[in-house]
Design a protein around this ligand. Structure first.
Ligand code: DC
Length: 210
């Protein structure tokens, strides 16, 4: 069973993916972390971010078992990741590793930008999780403030829009819903309601497969 979850930054797909994986006892891969780990390895080694062959070499060395969300979530790593994510050779290398992960038994949940369209086009469950840019920026703002940090809403809003443009505008594997994806707009929906909707879709697919 493969569950593909795509959507723009800060739409809540990571939370949803983790919860679905926990509920069904499936493996979970946040594919954004594979791009981030590649970018971090280049930065740490003092290597350029604009050399496709070097970046591909690094992408092939990424260990999917050792992805540390806390370290990799840093803003500058996200910026660097979005630069190397436009390179076809980097994408090819990481997609190969992601496809191997997707074969894990008894099932796998992968979240990212191109899972339903490119990585696992035959996945029996595809969700496209989205929300307006305003709602996504507000959620990210509240998350930072709630954990004691300080944040600037306008800067976060601009950042969300910039990332959308980069993710949707690239030539190789742009962010877009797969034709057969279930669209889940969470702008006016709680995380709990989104989870219940997703769960009923997964349950239906599991009973079809049984
Ligand atoms: O979701 P994130 O912020 O961790 O993703 C980091 C970068 O990687 C972001 O620019 C989008 C890109 N990405 C991608 O191109 N394809 C994926 N499947 C996942 C992430």
């Amino acid at each position: 069973m493969i569950i593909a979850i795509d959507g723009p930054a800060a739409a809540g797909k990571g939370t949803l993916a983790r919860r679905i994986a926990e509920t069904y006892g499936f493996h979970h891969l946040d594919t954004g972390l594979t791009y981030r780990a590649t970018a971090k390895a280049l930065l740490d080694a003092g290597l350029p971010l604009d050399d496709e062959a070097i970046a591909e070499g690094m992408a092939r060395k990424v260990d999917l078992a050792g992805l540390d969300r806390t370290v990799l979530s840093r803003h500058e790593i996200g910026e660097a990741a979005s630069k190397i994510a436009v390179m076809p050779a980097v994408r090819r290398a990481l997609v190969e590793a992601q496809r191997r992960f997707a074969e894990k038994k008894p099932g796998a949940v992968l979240d990212g930008r191109d899972i339903g369209t490119v990585v696992c086009p035959d996945a029996p469950v595809k969700l496209y999780v989205t929300a307006s840019a305003e709602v996504r920026a507000k959620r990210r703002y509240e998350e930072i403030v709630d954990t004691g940090g300080s944040a600037d809403y306008d800067a976060i809003f601009e950042d969300v829009k910039r990332r959308d443009e980069r993710d949707m505008g690239r030539t190789d594997s742009p962010l877009k819903p797969a034709e057969d994806a279930y669209l889940l707009d969470t702008s006016e929906m709680s995380i709990e309601a989104a989870f219940q909707t997703a769960k009923s879709i997964v349950d239906a697919a599991l009973s079809r497969n049984a």
